[in-house]
Design a protein around this ligand. Structure first.
Ligand SMILES: Cc1ncc(COP(=O)(O)O)c(C=O)c1O
Length: 443
């Protein structure tokens, strides 16, 4: 059965969607969505047949690429067998996926709690850390995004938190690896010293967890300096605080390793995942815990749950997705194509005065735009936008490239199946958009 007997026109799809749905993170009167018909590999196609290169895996989520039949068929097969069971019952998909995650996750991360998406995984990280430690406070950073439910939104440091306040109690900030307006990270010794100071000021015996994105995503693909995550691990160990790595965006191969934190060989106590876990073919999030955390829960009641806990169709999607990553060598491709991306980034940095800095780890990348490099002046105020960034976004859209521009950054996060040629195609379009930005800052 198809969705409708007669296909709608693109105009009708846009009109009804605007009339009857509320768009996230948007001023409703200003939305201008494209009607998408289908997707294949690194491309999506509009209802009138326009091909668009997906340079952001939609929401850094369609990691295996569009139209992947192996995933869809696994979901269909599972749905026909049984589409949903009560979370207190178990299925082969649940057993297999949990065991597979234990195999690929860092260190002795061994036990998983499933959720519907990233925010609930973060929410449960807060709940579980409080249950296990008996402490209340949580530490997080300003330049971060952790989700839009109350707890995750409180941990979120960036401006999207502001309209939602007041939120949950007990969340405090640790220093940023990268200050806004400074392209290089702060010296790691200084960072760790200031972080430990916050721990002491807040009372180490009151702090349940310290939560960081291993590599910060939406807030600028901020790759931490070497030694930073290991230093956080030591601070947490010293004071009995649980280290939580948020890998919702950076996980599942995006950075050229299964998980971003693997680049530094650090094992967090808790790890949150979503997005790439199913390549967004079905909603799924997960919270993983190390053995010692799981052991501590053996005699404690866990007071949290969801109707769609371990939704079996989502679990089947995750199993098939991980199989696709393995069969097609996509994690390795992300590493290799990450080097190609780096060369493109550096070329753009060399040729465009409007580019202030470039960063990438695997296929997790960002181009930072500036008005001037010296003094370093971002193209937007913190939390804002500018005419130049709007012109860049318009150019990309008009030239068939889908990505996200957030504050002064152009994200470059394509599906992991991208080829060298397709990367070249995308960066040629970005090159043209940067010409526009160059002209605008030259006046
Ligand atoms: C690092 C990080 N954590 C958590 C979330 C929230 O995930 P979800 O939108 O699935 O709730 C996101 C979403 O972008 C994210 O990037």
């Amino acid at each position: 059965m198809s969705i409708s007997p007669e296909p709608m026109t693109g105009e009708e799809i846009v009109r009804l969607s605007r009339q009857h749905t509320l768009f996230p993170w948007a001023v409703q009167g200003a939305v201008d969505p494209l009607p998408i018909d289908h997707g294949e590999g690194v491309y999506v196609y509009t209802t009138d047949g326009r091909r668009i290169l997906d340079f952001n895996s939609q929401l850094m989520a369609v990691t295996a690429g569009h139209g992947e039949r192996r995933i869809v068929e696994a979901m269909a097969e599972q749905a026909l067998r049984v589409a949903y069971v009560n979370p207190s019952l178990v299925t082969e998909a649940r057993a297999r996926l949990a065991a597979k995650l234990a195999e690929i996750m860092p260190g002795d991360l061994d036990v998983t709690f499933f959720t519907v998406g990233g925010a609930e995984a973060v929410e449960n990280a807060i709940t579980l850390a409080r249950h296990v430690t008996g402490r209340h406070k949580i530490l997080a950073r300003y330049r971060s995004y952790h989700g839009s439910t109350a707890g995750a939104m409180t941990l979120t440091g960036e401006p999207r938190r502001w309209p939602n306040e007041p939120l949950i109690s007990g969340v405090y900030r640790i220093p940023e690896t990268h200050r806004w307006g400074e392209p290089e990270p702060r010296p790691v010794d200084e960072l760790l010293r200031d972080t430990e100071r916050v721990v002491q000021y807040e009372g180490p015996h009151l702090i349940a967890a310290l939560v960081v994105e291993s590599v910060v995503g939406t807030n600028g693909v901020l790759v931490p300096p070497d030694g930073y995550l290991a230093g956080l691990r030591e601070i947490c160990d010293r004071y009995g605080i649980l280290l939580v790595a948020d890998e919702v965006m950076a996980g599942f191969g995006r950075t050229g390793r299964w998980f971003a934190i693997d680049h530094w060989g650090v094992v967090p106590d808790l790890m949150t995942m979503a997005k790439g876990i199913t390549s967004a073919y079905a909603p799924l999030g997960a919270l993983a815990m190390r053995r010692h955390v799981a052991d501590a829960m053996q005699t404690k009641y866990y007071s949290s749950g969801l109707t769609y806990y371990a939704h079996v169709v989502s679990l089947a999607a995750a199993l098939a997705t991980i199989r696709v990553y393995e069969e097609d060598g996509l994690v390795e491709n992300a590493r290799k194509m990450g080097e190609v991306m780096r060369a493109h980034h550096l070329d753009l940095l060399a040729r465009h005065p409007s580019v202030g800095a470039v960063r990438n780890l695997g296929l997790f990348g960002l181009i930072e735009l500036v008005r001037s490099r010296d003094p370093y002046t971002p193209m937007t105020p913190y939390g804002g936008t500018s005419d130049e960034m709007k012109a860049v976004a318009r150019y990309l859209r008009e030239h068939g490239l889908f990505t996200i521009t957030a504050m002064n950054g152009i994200h470059t996060n394509p599906p992991l199946c991208i080829t060298e040629e397709q990367l070249g195609e995308g960066f040629a379009i970005i090159d043209g958009a940067l010409d526009v930005a160059d002209r605008m800052i030259a006046g």
